[in-house]
Design a protein around this ligand. Structure first.
Ligand SMILES: CC(C)(COP(=O)(O)OP(=O)(O)OC[C@H]1O[C@@H](n2cnc3c(N)ncnc32)[C@H](O)[C@@H]1OP(=O)(O)O)[C@@H](O)C(=O)NCCC(=O)NCCS
Length: 206
């Protein structure tokens, strides 16, 4: 499903996007708090990132969306709503990664907000959470601007084999808080246990 926001068009990642993802992850500054600066191997993108996203889109309607700047048509980066592997409750993990030329414009917040609205309007998720390195202040500012609250400090990182020995912080937005704070006129949420019908384009024309 494509999603439109004021400045971005989001579309699900496809196999042909591997080179775009590889270029994004080749910037050590982008990868600083993700992998300690290491580029992601193309094989991980081709064999893991894209297939996993595609499987989750098929089965749950969520995955990795590439974000394109409406003004330049260039890829600004991506946002990902991921079904955690070991969750006992309905919850979704949010992450985001932008190319450096797209930083400091509030684009991560804009894209992530669209996904959070999607999560709470089209799935039964009880919370959306996101985690990052404690020194990644930019990322935590995005979480705070999204209305997320610090949930856990000292979280062991499972996802990335990056030599990071510290512990992540985790922020969360629970459904009740999202309902309480949402802007009037946005989609109403009615919780259910499965993905609801595909609403097509969310927000603005994609
Ligand atoms: C984290 C990231 C997505 C932020 O995207 P962005 O669109 O630039 O975010 P914003 O423009 O909304 O800026 C985020 C906030 O960080 C603040 N900020 C920017 N640089 C900062 C710095 N060096 N120190 C502290 N705060 C900083 C900004 O002022 C802004 O807060 P504000 O709106 O209150 O002023 C982007 O930097 C990125 O892709 N980084 C690499 C990948 C990554 O770390 N992803 C997150 C891993 S979970």
């Amino acid at each position: 499903m494509d999603i439109g926001t004021r400045r971005l068009r989001l579309r699900p990642v496809a196999p042909a996007d591997a080179a775009l993802l590889r270029t994004l992850d080749a910037d050590p500054e982008v990868m600083r708090f993700v992998s300690g600066g290491e580029a992601t191997p193309l094989s991980s993108i081709v064999d893991w990132v894209i297939p996993r996203s595609q499987a989750q889109f098929r089965e749950h309607g969520t995955g990795l969306w590439l974000a394109f700047d409406r003004r330049t048509e260039r890829m600004a980066g991506w946002v990902w709503l991921r079904l955690p592997r070991h969750s006992a409750v309905p919850e979704l993990e949010l992450s985001y990664r932008l190319a450096r030329e797209s930083w400091h414009r509030g684009l991560a917040t804009e894209a992530a907000r669209a996904l959070i609205d999607l999560a709470f309007t089209t799935t039964d998720t009880g919370r959306v959470f996101a985690s990052t390195h404690p020194d990644n202040i930019r990322s935590q500012r995005v979480m705070q601007k999204l209305g997320m609250r610090l949930a856990t400090e000292g979280l062991r990182r499972e996802q990335f084999d990056d030599g990071f020995t510290g512990q992540d912080v985790e922020y969360e937005l629970v459904r009740n808080d999202w309902v309480r704070n949402r802007v009037p006129g946005r989609h109403a949420a009615t919780g259910r246990h499965h993905r609801r019908g595909d609403p097509g384009t969310v927000g603005m024309p994609a």
